[in-house]
Design a protein around this ligand. Structure first.
Ligand code: PTJ
Length: 235
């Protein structure tokens, strides 16, 4: 990986791009486009965790604490950008990790599983023996001892169709998505509109310190995020 100069004003952003390029064998090409969209929305947030996102993180913490069988679903972008952060959250919350892909190939599942192994996580995913109902072909595949039997699923950077299918399965769905207008953001029960690598450590801290909140309204939260962005643009 070619590390960007540490004194570059956009160091973090350049580093994220390098991580995606470095793992490009296992990141979907479409994932690079998705990352660019995320970057654009992060500009509107001022590249910081806004207050509505903070309450969503606390609501997510409370949901993970109360979950009986939580699962963190990871895709190419998530593993490339945040394998360590996911590993820490998994250890603190007791959530299993499943490699679950939209653009699924056995090679990508194996490569991403290996990357999670390097940070100490035995991720599920390779032996997919279950299906998310309502989805066609490869993107429906999941594990019965992972997403199939989970009560709570954290799906960062998820496709709208799959998010909706998980909600329809009766799962409690938490997502992380910088675009508050995406179908995923609008469909999930708890939407954290924040950058993945910025919010995962906060989520782990809140779970560890048992600092969750129970009262949370996702629609109101999304409206608050949009107002926050609008105010930043108009000022
Ligand atoms: O690895 P695969 O095959 O499972 O495919 C992964 C992608 C990301 C290609 C797939 O899930 C997909 O197409 O996702 P979408 O529908 O483009 O949604 C991704 C969402 O994540 C978009 O709304 C982006 O704005 C948002 N996003 C991108 N980067 C980040 C992000 N949100 C938080 N943090 C980021 N770093």
């Amino acid at each position: 990986m070619v590390l960007p100069p540490k004194d570059h004003p956009r160091y973090k952003s350049l580093l994220a791009r390098e991580k995606l390029v470095d793992a490009s064998e296992f990141v979907a090409k479409q994932g690079l486009i998705a990352h660019g969209r995320g970057e654009a929305f992060d500009y509107l947030l001022g590249e910081q965790t806004c207050l509505p996102a903070l309450s969503a993180i606390k609501a997510a913490a409370s949901t993970l604490i109360e979950a009986k069988n939580p699962v963190i679903s990871v895709n190419g972008n998530v593993v490339a950008l945040a394998a360590r952060e996911v590993a820490r959250l998994s250890e603190i919350s007791g959530a299993k990790v499943e490699v679950n892909l939209f653009h699924r190939t056995p090679e990508r599942v194996a490569g991403l599983t290996k990357m999670m192994k390097k940070v100490g996580i035995n991720a599920l995913g390779a032996n997919a023996d279950d299906k998310i109902p309502g989805l066609s072909s490869e993107r429906a595949k999941c594990c019965s001892d992972g997403i199939g039997s989970a009560d709570v699923v954290l799906v960062p950077l998820e496709d709208g169709d799959r998010c909706e299918a998980l909600v329809n399965m009766g799962k409690k769905v938490i997502t992380i998505d910088l675009n508050p207008l995406s179908r995923t953001a609008q469909t999930a029960h708890i939407t954290i509109v924040d950058e993945l690598t910025r919010c995962l450590p906060l989520l782990s801290d809140f779970v560890k310190e048992k600092k969750g909140i129970d009262s949370f309204n996702n629609k109101q939260c999304l409206a608050d995020v949009l107002n926050y962005m609008a105010e930043r643009i108009s000022s």
